[in-house]
Write a protein that binds this ligand. Structure first.
Ligand code: IPM
Ligand code: MN
Length: 340
């Protein structure tokens, strides 16, 4: 082994352990082909952890995540909100990078293939979870929304970096006509950073962006959004591209990263070995890319695409492969070029 990667591994709930196992099989193939060693450190988080330990995010998990700085995380069930928002804050992951790309042999929902990336601000907006209510009757509630130059600058710079490797354009999504201060600041700082980086900038109100995503998704390449808008638009884009079940997400900080599928724990099909592990495999590819193993990352993406193109499918895509059978299809394509 030329190098060893240690990362915090959270299996998650429902189909989490199954898609995690399939993804580890793919990393084993990467290991064989590229000589990268992987040392996943299993950490508890989620509904199971809450049942067993009384908290969905035990202190040891937080400590390990802080120490290892990189987390590969399966889908979490009911407690997802408590797990991810805290983990993101702890590791300072200020942006979620969410590609929505139509994969081979997968039918896009709107008749047009998608290939775009949503870059979502991840630490502020309404996600600061500062809400108040009148405790007596609970008939009134108010939430604070935060926007700061520092965070918008960071996320806009990342969007610019991604755009430079793609088409050099970014669509800034906001609602500054109504939310003059919070969205206004997001818009102003994002435009300033992107223009100074030589990016071609367009701007859209979030409602129009949603409609146009369905009508003419090809007009978008990189979309930069505040936290809540990005949460909603990334599910929309993922589903339009084919299926929410295939989309990965990378939460990026300064030297820290959390990599996860966008989909949930799918309790209804858990434990029977038929879950589609594509999103988690692609999340692992994003982790490899983040760690600088670009060739290995591309190899995983290509193996997933080639496997799907060859007709290898789990039942959600109309096939009959089990989770681990699909993993073998992907793994063997990565290993195929190993020199003996
Ligand atoms: C996501 C999820 C989370 C979010 C939830 C689980 C808190 O929907 O990663 O998009 O809203 O960010
Ligand atoms: Mn979401």
């Amino acid at each position: 082994m030329t190098s060893v990667v240690r990362f915090c591994l959270i299996e998650g709930d429902g189909i989490g352990p199954e898609v995690t196992r399939a993804t580890l099989r793919v990393l084993e193939a990467v290991s064989r082909r590229f000589g990268i060693g992987f040392e996943p450190v299993l950490c508890e988080a989620g509904d199971e952890a809450a049942r067993r330990r009384g908290t969905p995010l035990p202190e040891e998990t937080l400590r390990k995540a802080r120490e290892l700085r990189v987390v590969l995380k399966g889908p979490v069930g009911e407690t997802a909100g408590e797990v991810v928002t805290v983990l993101r804050r702890e590791l300072g992951t200020f942006a979620a990078v969410r590609p929505a790309k139509t994969l081979p042999g997968v039918k896009p929902r709107c008749g047009k293939s998608l290939d775009l990336v949503i870059v979502r601000e991840l630490l502020e907006g309404l996600y600061v979870q500062t809400e108040y209510t009148d405790v007596v009757a609970g008939d009134f509630a108010v939430a604070l929304r935060v926007a700061s130059r520092r965070e918008v600058e960071r996320v806009a710079r990342l969007a610019a970096r991604i755009a430079k490797e793609r088409k050099g354009m970014v669509a800034v999504v906001h609602k500054a006509n109504v939310l003059r201060h919070t969205c206004g600041l997001f818009r102003r700082v994002a435009l300033e950073v992107l223009r100074s980086e030589g990016i071609h900038v367009e701007e859209y109100y979030v409602d129009a962006a949603a409609a146009l995503l369905v009508r003419t998704p090809e007009r978008f390449d990189v979309m930069l959004t505040p936290n809540l808008f990005g949460d909603i638009l990334s599910d929309l884009a993922a589903e339009l591209s084919g299926s929410l079940g295939l989309s990965p997400s990378a939460n990026i900080g300064e030297g820290t990263g959390i990599f996860e599928p966008v989909h949930g724990a799918a309790f209804d099909i858990a434990g029977i070995g038929i879950a589609n592990p594509t999103a988690m495999m692609l999340a692992a590819a994003m982790m490899l890319d983040f760690l600088g193993y670009r060739e290995a990352a591309r190899a995983v993406e290509k193996a997933v695409e080639d496997a799907l193109a060859s007709g290898a499918r789990t039942p959600d895509l109309g096939g009959n492969l089990k989770t681990m059978e699909f993993a073998e299809e992907v793994a063997k394509r990565i290993e195929a070029t190993v020199q003996h």
